[in-house]
Design a protein around this ligand. Sequence first.
Ligand SMILES: [Fe+2]
Ligand SMILES: [Fe+2]
Length: 203
Amino acid sequence: MKTSELAYTGTYTAWSREGIVSEVKQQMKTSRFEHVLRVEQCAVRLAEKYGASAEACSLAALLHDYAKEHDVEEMKGIILREGMDPELVHFGSEIMHGPVGAYYAEKKFGITDEEILNAIRQHTIGGIEMSLIGKIIFVADYIEAGRTFKGVEEARELAGKNLDEAAYYKIEKTIIHLVKKEVPIYPGTIYVYNSWIQRKAGK
Ligand SMILES: [Fe+2]
Ligand SMILES: [Fe+2]
């Protein structure tokens, strides 16, 4: 299905898809906005393949990077005020924009569906427990058509066969990437990795 043909039913938000698209567009540079539209396209395709709600996936995809370019100090303020993990504030927009994006999804767009909110919250680091929608957004963000990094083809192939394997691939590669870059790793990222690798070993 073409994402432009998706009409929201009002199940998750009173906003129309067009309204959200134009609001999201104002929050970010064009290249990121185009990325968001590609994530939506990919997420809707995965939703059809794996039997998730295309509407929920479209919504989570459109809002996943809503806060990415927001002022860092403002994000820190929201995190501390809303009682989110205070550790988040030490890891920059890269880590903060997930939870802060979920905050806006709820406060501004009236979304209360926990699967959608968690999908936005977890899209950068993943989650110990992830719903189908959560996995779809997490993977779609990684493999959308504009991605060109080494390994993306393998990730796309995995996504076509098994969503869990594709999610695990992203979790593992992200940790390796961060270690190679010699940057500190947000503890939540390590917890997610540990839980996935333990589950994998237990299979
Ligand atoms: Fe993001
Ligand atoms: Fe993204």
